[in-house]
Write a protein that binds this ligand. Structure first.
Ligand code: GTP
Ligand code: MG
Length: 193
């Protein structure tokens, strides 16, 4: 993937882009590597990353290859967030999926070093109530040994039986580029880039 530009942050759903360009949506807990994923895919530093969770507070719209959006959603569920904030996140996301007919693919990032969190399980259940296609990326795969990768595959399968490794689930590393080829291939075929 070559070209990416920042379009705008969306804080309120009435400010979503008015055109009908297709979109892929990045979702996952705070600090899982969503913004780093964008940077690695396009070899850039356009998306702000941070080691302190909760960096991304808006729905950040990027235009990729001039013909589809990549939407970096705010991360869910880091410890300091109150129940009220979590509820407002849930409400925003549910409304976003309900009104947005242009979502072609959701990329759910899960930290490969940890078991899925309750909010990952909840988000996966929510996705299955929609008819939108999704894949799981097991992020920060550079931190795992071979044996830990095998364990991570098994765990994700236990939580999400519909997951098929290398079909709708890939290891990903923004540091080493693991999974980049597979994801690029998938996006290229979705968007004919
Ligand atoms: P929020 O915006 O808070 O939701 O976080 P995010 O999901 O956008 O995470 P971000 O990309 O900002 O990354 C969080 C931290 O993890 C940063 O310190 C990154 O450098 C680090 N990180 C992201 N991806 C990888 C990876 O593939 N490998 C390693 N080792 N570190 C990573
Ligand atoms: Mg981010």
């Amino acid at each position: 993937m070559k070209k990416i530009e920042f379009v705008k942050p969306v804080y309120n759903l009435k400010d979503l882009p008015k055109d009908d360009l297709p979109a892929i949506v990045l979702c996952g807990r705070s600090n899982v590597g969503k913004s780093s994923f964008i940077n690695s895919l396009f070899n850039t530093k356009i998306a702000q990353t941070s080691s302190s969770p909760g960096k991304t507070k808006s729905l950040n719209y990027y235009l990729a290859e001039g013909n589809f959006y990549i939407v970096d959603l705010p991360g869910f569920g880091f410890a300091k967030v109150s129940k009220k904030e979590r509820d407002s996140w849930r409400e925003l996301i549910e409304k976003y999926f309900a009104i947005n007919q242009n979502i072609k693919l959701v990329i759910h990032l899960i930290d490969s070093r940890h078991e899925p969190m309750p909010l990952d399980v909840e988000f996966n259940s929510f996705l299955r109530t929609t008819d939108v296609a999704y894949i799981v990326l097991l992020s920060k795969a550079d931190k795992l040994k071979q044996s830990e990768m095998a364990a991570a595959k098994k765990i994700v399968k236990e939580y999400f039986p519909e997951i098929l490794m290398n079909q709708n689930c890939f290891f990903y590393s923004s540091v080493k580029g693991t999974g980049k080829k597979e994801v690029t291939r998938m996006l290229s075929s979705l968007f004919q880039t």
